[in-house]
Write a protein that binds this ligand. Structure first.
Ligand SMILES: NC(=O)c1ccc[n+]([C@@H]2O[C@H](COP(=O)([O-])OP(=O)(O)OC[C@H]3O[C@@H](n4cnc5c(N)ncnc54)[C@H](OP(=O)(O)O)[C@@H]3O)[C@@H](O)[C@H]2O)c1
Length: 339
């Protein structure tokens, strides 16, 4: 289950004044309703009371320290639950999923709750309001070293944006893949040494193909808060390769995460790939605890087999792929292979 903070924020980071929001933007409210309906919304007691009624067709988890706080009874799909800490609110949302169709927990404010959940959320869905109003309540700082803007849609008075995390390991900076890095990604796709076991799989059709592939990666980030990274050395920002996980739906409807890693040949052998894989598994575990991680490897690709086994994945099947070539399926449950 992804956890996403959703907020409308002014240019001076103001989100409220007393108990009120200092603007009224109908299209933002419509968007909030559309995204959160049939999902879970966690909010502080002040925000809950300033809205003044349970939000329809959603489960609201109200966070309060007041043990006597009572929620109104459920009415159909409109439910209000109470939690006495942030962690309890997240646990409550996770365990009372019920028949809710989707898998996102939204953090809906206010200031105190946003501030206490910045290190727990997988993405930020921010409407930037082009105003600088007076106000007593603020959104926390969105640090550029931690949050990467994956989408921006301009709407005149306000912009809808989405941020996903940049990950860091001991030596690596892992940046969500976008067309900004297309020239680096092409170095991977066009290097025949990387694809010696799989030459037909990766050939770029043309320039547009490279852009299309990266846009698909960016959409993956937007939908799942996780996809493939551009891998850079933190010290020098030098490009090393690409990797991460991509969520795919199997024929039977199950969703699994496919692990990917391709490093420039001259950068291999330094332990960068296991360092990246370990972070990828940690991130999968955070957004999808019951997930399966998979990897398809050609039998002759000894290096990738060693890396998969080092990551704790096991060979569960040998199959023929669409072009009739043998491929090994490696798999692991993320709760078993990631700490
Ligand atoms: N622009 C936006 O997108 C947006 C969205 C939401 C809200 N807002 C604005 O934000 C303002 C409200 O924000 P706020 O910071 O004043 O209040 P808030 O975050 O909505 O709620 C604060 C209350 O939450 C409870 N709480 C906080 N931390 C807790 C913890 N760790 N464990 C248990 N309970 C905890 C406490 O309730 P008790 O006092 O009952 O213990 C606390 O008084 C309003 O102006 C509202 O309009 C703006």
């Amino acid at each position: 289950m992804q956890i996403v903070s959703i907020a409308a924020v002014a240019e001076n980071m103001v989100i409220g004044d007393g108990k009120d929001v200092p603007w009224r933007i109908q299209s933002d409210w419509d968007r909030f309703r559309e995204l959160t309906t049939d999902n879970f919304v966690i909010m502080g007691r002040s925000t809950y009371e300033s809205i003044g009624r349970p939000l329809p067709n959603r489960t609201t988890v109200v966070v309060t320290r007041n043990e006597a706080f009572e929620a109104p009874p459920a009415q159909g799909k409109t439910r209000v639950l109470v939690a006495h800490s942030i962690d309890e609110a997240i646990r409550t949302a996770r365990t009372s999923r019920g028949s809710m169709a989707d898998d996102i927990i939204y953090i809906a404010g206010g200031g105190q709750i946003y501030a206490q959940t910045m290190d727990k959320v997988d993405a930020l869905d921010i409407t930037w309001v082009k105003q600088t109003p007076e106000g007593s309540v603020h959104f926390p700082e969105i640090d550029e070293n931690t949050w990467f803007q994956i989408r921006r849609e301009e709407h005149g008075t306000h912009d809808f944006t989405k941020y996903v995390p940049i990950s860091h390991t001991e030596r690596l900076t892992l940046i969500p893949g976008t067309v900004n890095d297309v020239d680096d990604w092409k170095r991977i796709w066009e290097d025949e040494r990387i694809w010696e076991h799989d030459p037909e799989r990766i050939k770029l059709k043309d320039e547009q193909d490279a852009t299309d592939r990266l846009q698909a990666v960016t959409r993956g980030w937007d939908e799942n808060s996780l996809d493939l990274w551009t891998i850079r050395l933190t010290e020098t920002a030098e490009f090393l390769g690409i990797g991460g996980v991509q969520r795919v739906t199997l024929e039977n409807g199950d969703k699994v995460w496919m692990l990917r890693f391709q490093l420039l040949p001259e950068k291999q052998g330094n332990g960068y790939t296991p360092e990246m894989i370990s972070k990828a598994l940690e991130r999968v575990r955070q957004v999808d605890r019951e997930a399966r991680v998979r990897l398809l490897i050609r039998p002759k690709n000894a290096k990738s087999i060693a890396l998969a086994e080092e990551a704790g994945l096991k060979r569960v099947e040998e199959r023929q792929d669409a072009i009739g070539k043998t491929v090994y399926l490696y798999q692991g449950w993320v709760r078993q292979i990631s700490q």
